[in-house]
Design a protein around this ligand. Sequence first.
Ligand SMILES: *[C@@H]1O[C@H](CO)[C@@H](O)[C@H](O)[C@H]1NC(C)=O
Ligand SMILES: *[C@@H]1O[C@H](CO)[C@@H](O)[C@H](O)[C@H]1NC(C)=O
Length: 166
Amino acid sequence: MEARRAACAALLVAAVAFAALPATTTANKFSINWQPNTNYTDWPAQHGPFYKDDWLVFYYTAGQADVIQVDEAGFNKCDATNAISNYSKGRNYAFQLNQTKTYYFICSYGYCFGGMRLAIKTEKLPPPSPPSSAKAKSAATAVAGSRAAGFLYAAVAVLAALLRMV
Ligand SMILES: *[C@@H]1O[C@H](CO)[C@@H](O)[C@H](O)[C@H]1NC(C)=O
Ligand SMILES: *[C@@H]1O[C@H](CO)[C@@H](O)[C@H](O)[C@H]1NC(C)=O
């Protein structure tokens, strides 16, 4: 009976944890291997789209590369003189794209001329599942409900299997 009670408790915990899962999509995190002698021109097209509030995480070797945020002119000329932000310590640098605009990054160690620069255009965050009409809302609820039902069904199956072993 002890095992049965434990299994019931486990099921309850799992169901609660599932119910607590956030329904909205969270910001994405994009990792970029920021290395000399690399041409990043096509990187955004290959990894995007990028939305406001996404994160860019530059992985680099300190002393071999830095991450300098510049404006468009600085990007075009590989010129870090008017740096907006400047990072060169540690092993990585996480940058949040918290506006809807084009962000420009370069490496100031000379590799920019070989393509070590990045222009990232962020798009507006799609509205989080808009309850524009009651119909859309009930459809969303139905989807969430069927997900929960599917989960509970699986959990009950597992529980039944556990109880058979007792
Ligand atoms: C970055 O900041 C450091 C320290 O403030 C400075 O020495 C360096 O020149 C800066 N680099 C660029 C490219 O702005
Ligand atoms: C980097 O790649 C782009 C497109 O693939 C190309 O147009 C550009 O000339 C390259 N830059 C360098 C410095 O090789």
